[in-house]
Every structure is written in structure tokens, then in C-alpha cells.
Design a protein around this ligand. Structure first.
Ligand code: SAM
Length: 391
């Protein structure tokens, strides 16, 4: 299979995951007091263990916006050095508890040390885990917070579905994250450092809201918009001088003034028991398997590779490679569904019969029509799938 050309605006999900992990594993320290003082009130910074301050890597103050009350159970996704874990543990008090999850054992060790130094360790559980596949049980917590983490996921819909699963009905999500409203150059979008630095993976506010709706959340409020200039981006140790130089060369001056906006997104899992946590519309057509209930990141079939293309506002444009002899699941979409075959040959399997497809063929499938795409040639069948663009 051919790989993306250097500079192309796409990365494999596995590459993104590896780049993010390597970047956070390799940094010798966080952004420190300069960043912490920008994000949190002075008295809060002064009250925290020095190590938690030095490992600050967030983009906002989700705990202040989460309205935590004593006794609540909180999940801190991507806890890093543990600054928000400590703040949340103080808010929920001795009767409450905080589960802190980070993909890196090194970060979990820092969070444990911070909770011990702050005297709140007995109400905190720190676990190594991935936000896209949490080991936290269903409906286990009242509130999920995260700070500069969701934008690191190449599978944000999946991560949000996990958040919805672990929240009790009526529970809240309060996430500090970056949104990017401009089209960044492909070289930036394909830069591992820009992914690790929360820029390349950031979606627009509109897409963030849409993903929250699709994950089943209500009462969505996105507030606290604060611009991040290139100079502020440089506070984060993820950006090496070389990457900063690349960004300065590639980004127009006006974009350099405001590369991204940090926002606080708050929403709620509905109380009503008949509201499924996954907003995926269920499409009841006998014989059809909804594509993981039409969650946009959910093509998981042997021999099928999905890459998400950035550069379209919706961020749902995907490239799929179906290996010779392979097939996507037989699935449906709630929307008109269009695709263009780039290379390879195969068949579009529809209820009414099969249709051969090859390079240059564009296909359009009616909403809710069950279909599968099969590869028949020696090489993978590659197509761009314009899924979910037609809400
Ligand atoms: C920008 S830092 C923010 C850390 C912390 N929330 C803060 O405010 O300082 C992102 C953190 O997310 C973690 N992370 C990255 N990908 C993750 C994933 N898939 N699941 C869980 N944690 C992840 C990183 O290891 C890192 O500690």
C-alpha cells in the first residue's frame, strides 16, 4: 500500500497515536508557571504542588467551569501532571472521588505524586488508559473533565462515546480544548509536533458541537473563547524551535496572531432513560449492520484502513483502503452518502444488486440504503468517502 506523500494533509491514526505518545513521553517538563498563571487564578497556582505546576500542559481551567460539588465522582481524562486532578479532588472533598486516566504511565506517576503532595491521594485513583477505550464502568461518574486532550485523539467521536458511556444519566462533561477555525497548511496538519501540540487535531467549533450532539449530549454550551497566538503556542515544550520556525514560515501573519482558540465546552448526558448515550441514529433495516451505529470513526473491519482527511470543515472526509478480497461491513448511513474511487477495482454491493466500481467512479448511495464496498483487484481498493457531510 502506498503511503501519504510528505506534506499531504493526512496521517494514519496509528501514526498520530504514536506521535502523540512519543512527544509527551519525551518532553522533560511541562509548560510551567508561565502557562499555569495564564490559565488559573494566582491563588490557585500558589496553592498547588510545585511539580504539578511545572507539568501544566492544559489550555484552560475546566475544574472552575465544572461546578463540582462535594461528594461527586469525577473522571479527569488525560490527567498529565495531575494539576486538574488535584483541583477536582479538593472540590469534591473527602466524600468524593476522582479517577485520573492518562495513556502514559509516566504521566500517571506524576499525577499520583501530585495528589500525594496535595494530601488528596486517598480520594484519587490514577489509571493508565486510553480515552478511546476506557476501563471505567458504565455510568460510573457524575462529571468528566479534560484539559487539552480531546484534540489529541484521531478518534474523537469514539472518545466522546466513551465519555457518554461512563457518565451517569444527567452527568456533565466539561472540556477545555482548542478549536481551529482556519484551514491550516497540509505540512502543519501532517506534522507530528503540531498534532501533539493540540493544533493539527483541533476541529472547528461547529464540528466540536456536532460531535457532542452525535455522542448524545444535551445543553451544549461552548464559551470562554481565548485566542492562542503563535507566541503562546511556543510556551508548550511540544513545539521544537524547528517546528516553530516551520509554523512561522507557513502560517500567514494574521493566522499567527490567532492560530487557535481555547474554549470550554460544557454539556450533559440526558436524564431520560430512553436516550441512548450514543446519538448514532439507529437504522432498522433487516440484513444491514449499521456502521458502528454510524459513528463516523467506526469502520473497523479486517483489511479496511481508514484515514481521516483534514482540511475540510467537517473533518469527516475519509480515505478508505479495502484490501484485496476484503469488504467494508454491510452498513447504512443516515445521510446521502457519496464516494469517489481513487484506485483499485471492486463492487458496490447493494440490496438491488451489485455494481462494478473502478478508478474515477463516483457513487452516491441513498440514505439508509444498505451497502458494502468490496475489493476485487490485486491492490487495495482506495476511495475517498464523503461520509456525513450532508447534515
Ligand atoms: C496537553 S496534555 C494535558 C495534560 C493535563 N490535562 C493538563 O492540563 O496539564 C495531554 C495529555 O493527554 C495524554 N493523552 C494523549 N493521548 C491520550 C489518550 N488517547 N488517552 C488518554 N490520555 C492521552 C498525554 O499523555 C498528556 O498527558
Amino acid at each position: 500500500m502506498t503511503r501519504a506523500e510528505p506534506g499531504a494533509d493526512l496521517l494514519f491514526q496509528a501514526e498520530i497515536k504514536a506521535a502523540v505518545r512519543t512527544a509527551y513521553r519525551d518532553i522533560p517538563t511541562g509548560a510551567g508557571a508561565v502557562l499555569a498563571e495564564r490559565l488559573y487564578p494566582r491563588e490557585v497556582v500558589d496553592s498547588l504542588p510545585a511539580a504539578a505546576i511545572s507539568w501544566a500542559l492544559g489550555v484552560g481551567d475546566p475544574v472552575a467551569a465544572a461546578d463540582l460539588t462535594p461528594g461527586e465522582g469525577v473522571l479527569d481524562l488525560g490527567c498529565g501532571g495531575g494539576l486538574d486532578t488535584v483541583l477536582a479532588a479538593r472540590e469534591v472533598g473527602p466524600e468524593g472521588r476522582v479517577i485520573a486516566v492518562d495513556v502514559l504511565p509516566e504521566m500517571c506517576a506524576r499525577t499520583r505524586a501530585a495528589t500525594e503532595a496535595a494530601g488528596v491521594a486517598e480520594r484519587c485513583e490514577v489509571e493508565v488508559g486510553e480515552m478511546e477505550d476506557l476501563s471505567v464502568p458504565d455510568q460510573a461518574v457524575d462529571v468528566v473533565i479534560s484539559n487539552g486532550v480531546l484534540n489529541l485523539s484521531p478518534r474523537k467521536s469514539r472518545a466522546l462515546a466513551e465519555v457518554a458511556r461512563v457518565l451517569r444519566p444527567g452527568g456533565r462533561l466539561c472540556v477545555a480544548d482548542l478549536v481551529v477555525e482556519t484551514d491550516l497548511p497540509p505540512e502543519v496538519l501532517a506534522s507530528p509536533a503540531a498534532w501533539a501540540g493540540c493544533i493539527a487535531g483541533a476541529v472547528s467549533e461547529r464540528v466540536l458541537r456536532r460531535k457532542l450532539v452525535r455522542a448524545g449530549f444535551d445543553d451544549i454550551d461552548v464559551a470562554g473563547h481565548t485566542g492562542f497566538s503563535l507566541d503562546e503556542v511556543a510556551l508548550y515544550p511540544l513545539f521544537t524551535p524547528e517546528v516553530m520556525e516551520l509554523l512561522r514560515q507557513l502560517l500567514p501573519r494574521e493566522v499567527q496572531q490567532q492560530v487557535a482558540l481555547s474554549v470550554i465546552a460544557r454539556c450533559r448526558r440526558p436524564e431520560r432513560p430512553d436516550d441512548a448515550p450514543l446519538a448514532a441514529p439507529s437504522v432498522a433495516i433487516s440484513g444491514a449492520t449499521p456502521l458502528a451505529a454510524i459513528a463516523p470513526d467506526a469502520v473497523e473491519a479486517p483489511g479496511v484502513t481508514v484515514r481521516h482527511l483534514k482540511g475540510v470543515e467537517d473533518a469527516q472526509l475519509k480515505v478508505l483502503d479495502v484490501e484485496p478480497g476484503g469488504s467494508t461491513p454491510h452498513h447504512t448511513h443516515a445521510h446521502a452518502h457519496e464516494g469517489v474511487v481513487i484506485s483499485g477495482r471492486g463492487r458496490l454491493r447493494l440490496e438491488g444488486g451489485d455494481q462494478p466500481i473502478g478508478p474515477g467512479d463516483a457513487f452516491s448511495i441513498a440514505p439508509r440504503e444498505p451497502h458494502a464496498i468490496e475489493s476485487e483487484a490485486e491492490h487495495p481498493l482506495r476511495f475517498v468517502c464523503m461520509d456525513c457531510l450532508f447534515d
